[in-house]
Ligand binder design. Sequence first.
Ligand SMILES: O=C(O)CCC(=O)C(=O)O
Ligand SMILES: [Fe+2]
Length: 377
Amino acid sequence: MAPSATETYTQAPPTDRVLVKPWSRPSQTKENLDWAPLPKIDLSRFDEPGGKQALAAELADAVNRIGFWSVVNTGLEDDRVLKQFSIGNTFFQEPLEEKRRAPCNFAEGEYFGYRENSRWIGDTGVKENIEMLNIPKAIPKYDDVPKHEIIRQNYAEIAKFHRDVFDKVVRKLFILISIILELPENYLLNLHAYDEPSDDHLRYMIYNVRTQDEWDRAQGYSKGGHTDFGSLTLLFSQHVAGLQIRTPEGEWKYVKPVDGGITCNAADTLSFLTKGYVKSTIHRVVTPPKDQINVPRLGLLYFSRPSDTAPMKAVPSPLLDRLGLLTEEDKNPSGPVATGIEYVRARVKDVHFKTVLDKREGTSFEFKGLKVNNYFD
Ligand SMILES: O=C(O)CCC(=O)C(=O)O
Ligand SMILES: [Fe+2]
């Protein structure tokens, strides 16, 4: 006998679905900003005969000098990218109690989960305007990391996107950089494998609107920029200007969004592995231009970190050796070497485990012989 309507509903009622409202990119600024010239790497050529070698040659200068570049023709369709932005945007509009359900555990240097815009910027009377949600890799090790309702409901799609970003972009960049370093093609990939545990994450991020006065006060406190903690950062195209890099000549220049592209930058752990050959470039986000100051700046990023067990020691690159960058200790380390997870956790804790952001110009962070400078003018 077919169940009656009442019988059908004796089971637990389904949780209400969070409606993902479609998000689209706002208009670009009409202001004539001083944009940084960045190389564009066409990943559709990657699998052509000789393609990897040609792309590696195009990428070499960016990796060694500028630290920023963009990739195009990645095979990640823009409707999938926009769906991820839409999930992120909807998440940030959820009630605060829901967002707080799975916060980042900064006391342990853990960055998965929700970061609230609750910290004061020194004594400026202004708080940070950034909220973010960091989602770990879709591998069994992280099955138990708590998920917000909207993430649970869209998980199959998010998980597929997460892995595809790695496979179609991050994986290829590690191969190209290994070629540049004259290492076996999979050398860096093996230190960042998707199926191995690491603090890699997909990030939904929003810079909430604030007034010019609030921007001024926040930035008066620290005009310096930062370097990213991990190995590579991917920034999906969004239209609100504000990201600037410090060029090798020491000038701040804006990063222009590339249609259908992804802006990429190298970060600290990749710089450690290559003795500074790969540049972890200083960057910052400043007040959006006048015609965008009232537009929330929604972001979608992927942060690649070294595998938990990856030793943070110089890679045996013939190029680095020829350049004189490898010491005897690098070639035959005798002392203890930090692992990827030890370093990343220590760094996250150092920067984020606080309720008031302190002034750090001129200070540095050191962990087991690895050193990064904090904030730069
Ligand atoms: O939002 C951006 O454009 C860059 C953000 C950034 O630098 C970061 O999250 O590390
Ligand atoms: Fe950054």
